[in-house]
Design a protein around this ligand. Structure first.
Ligand code: SAM
Length: 300
C-alpha cells in the first residue's frame, strides 16, 4: 500500500507528488502541477480545508483516510481521471461547485471577466439579464449570478445530464429565484428576450486536436468538446441565431480556445477583439451587438 494510517499529511503529499511526477500526468483541469494536485487530493480525502497551512503538516491521518487517499490516487494515476471528477468538487473563481463526469470540469478563463463585472467592456449598468449558453454544470452562469446580485440568469445546454448537475449547483448556491436552467439546442429553446450579457463556452475542439487529446480529457463528455473539422460548427449556428436575443448595448463573451485562428480565418474582413487574462487562458473574444450582426451577415 502506498499510504498507510499514521503517516503525516506532509508525508502523504510528498509521496503523491512523487507518484504523480513519475506517472507523467497531464494537468489541465484547474491545477497546473503535481504538487498542487497532491495537496488538493490529500486535504480533500482527509476532509481538511483547502486553505489549510503548515498547522496540518504533521497531523497523522487515520487508516480510513489513508484508504481513501490510495483509492483516489489510483483513480488519478491509473484511470487518468481529472482530479475534480475523483473528489467530486471543483473551484472556479474561488467558488466551489459540485463536479462529476456529467459535465466538463469548470476551468474557463471567462471566470476572470465575470469576477471583474465584465469591465472594461460593459457600460450598461446594472446588468439584469445574463445568458450562460452551453452552461455544462452551470459554473459560469452561477458565478455571474453571485457577482451580479440584480441579474436573472438563464443557463442553457443541450445535454440533460449536464443540466441535472447544473440544477444541483443552483441549489448548492441557493440561487433558485434568480437562476433558471433550460434544455436547448443552441438558442432554439432559450427564452426569447434581449440579454445584456451572453457568456458562451461552447464545444470548440477541432478534429486534429480531438485526435491528440491527453487521456484525462477522454473522461469528459465528447459533446462538450468536439465541434467539427475546424471546431466552429456550433459557433456558426450560434452567430446565425444570436441577433434576435441581443439589444444595442449587449455584449457576447465567446470562448474559442485553440480554434480562435479558424475564427479569424472565417472572418478575414472583421477585426475581432481577443481578451487578455491575468490568470492565464486565451481564445476568448468579446463581440458587440453590431459585430454579431456583421458576422451573421458574413455567414449568410
Ligand atoms: C465546453 S463545455 C462548457 C461547459 C461550461 N460552460 C464550462 O465552462 O465548464 C460545452 C457545453 O456545450 C454543450 N453543448 C454542446 N452542443 C450544444 C448545442 N447544440 N446546444 C447547446 N449546448 C450544447 C455541451 O453539452 C457542454 O455542456
Amino acid at each position: 500500500m502506498l499510504i498507510a494510517g499514521g503517516q503525516t499529511v506532509l508525508t502523504c503529499i510528498e509521496t503523491l507528488d512523487q507518484r504523480f511526477q513519475e506517472a507523467d500526468l497531464f494537468y489541465g483541469h484547474g491545477s497546473d502541477s503535481s504538487w498542487d494536485e497532491a495537496v488538493f487530493l490529500v486535504l480533500s480525502a482527509c476532509d481538511m480545508p483547502l486553505n489549510s497551512g503548515d498547522e496540518v503538516a504533521n497531523v497523522t491521518i487515520t487508516a480510513s483516510q489513508a484508504a481513501r487517499v490510495n483509492d483516489w490516487s489510483r483513480q488519478r494515476v491509473v484511470e487518468r481521471k481529472p482530479l475534480p471528477y475523483v473528489t467530486g468538487k471543483a473551484w472556479l473563481g474561488g467558488t466551489e461547485f459540485i463536479c462529476d463526469k456529467r459535465a466538463l470540469v469548470p476551468r474557463s478563463p471567462l471566470a476572470e471577466i465575470i469576477l471583474k463585472g465584465f469591465q472594461p467592456w460593459c457600460h450598461s449598468l446594472p446588468t439584469r439579464r445574463i445568458l450562460d449558453l452551453c452552461c455544462g454544470g452551470g459554473s459560469l452562469g452561477i458565478l455571474a449570478a453571485l457577482t451580479h446580485q440584480e441579474a436573472h440568469v438563464v443557463l442553457a445546454d443541450i445535454d440533460e445530464d449536464a443540466l441535472a448537475l447544473a440544477e444541483l449547483n443552483i441549489a448548492k448556491h441557493q440561487l433558485e429565484r434568480r437562476v433558471q436552467s433550460v434544455r436547448s439546442d443552441v438558442l432554439g429553446s432559450v427564452p426569447l428576450q434581449r440579454y445584456d450579457i451572453v457568456i458562451c463556452n461552447p464545444p470548440y475542439v477541432d478534429t486534429e486536436d480531438m485526435s491528440n487529446l491527453p487521456p484525462e480529457y477522454l473522461h469528459e463528455p465528447n459533446i462538450a468538446l468536439a465541434s467539427g473539422d475546424d471546431g466552429l460548427d456550433f459557433t456558426r449556428q450560434l452567430l446565425a441565431q444570436l441577433p434576435e436575443f441581443l439589444h444595442s448595448e449587449s455584449l457576447v463573451f465567446l470562448e474559442l480556445g485553440n480554434s480562435w485562428e479558424h475564427f479569424e480565418n472565417l472572418f478575414p474582413k472583421n477585426p475581432i477583439t481577443w481578451l487578455e487574462f491575468e490568470n492565464g487562458g486565451w481564445g476568448v473574444c468579446v463581440l458587440t451587438n453590431a459585430e454579431v450582426e456583421e458576422l451573421a451577415r458574413a455567414l449568410a
